[in-house]
Design a protein around this ligand. Structure first.
Ligand SMILES: [Cu+2]
Length: 121
């Protein structure tokens, strides 16, 4: 009995020293969602990638929330050079000007791509 008390006191001190709460820690951590064969097969298309590209804005559509950029290769997302339309947040669309050369951050999820920031280049 005495040993057990010393042990638990030592444990409490140890936890406090680590800057952790001395409250009991839940025994079971939340189990990660089981991966199924179906999820594995879908993973490449749904994987989120991001990269930085540069190009010239050729169209801005505030109503659709999109910008079209004639851009160079973007290694971060594995794209060659092309002209394409991107989804963009209102704050990004507002800053975009046709004819402007910009550097931009792009996030790609499956077939969806979004420009999350643009900077004059
Ligand atoms: Cu593209």
């Amino acid at each position: 009995m005495k040993h057990a008390l010393i042990l638990s006191a030592g444990l409490a001190i140890g936890l406090a020293a680590c800057g952790q709460k001395t409250e009991p820690v839940p025994v079971e951590a939340p189990a990660p969602a089981p991966a199924t064969a179906g999820d594995m097969a879908a993973a490449p298309a749904e994987a989120v990638k991001s990269g930085v590209g540069s190009g010239v804005i050729t169209a801005v559509d505030p109503a659709a929330g999109s910008v079209t950029i004639d851009h160079g290769p973007i290694p971060g997302v594995g794209w060659p050079a092309m002209a394409m339309s991107f989804k963009a947040a209102p704050a990004v669309v507002e800053k975009a000007k046709v004819g402007e050369r910009v550097q931009f951050d792009v996030t790609v999820r499956g077939r969806e791509s979004e420009v999350t920031a643009i900077r004059p280049e």
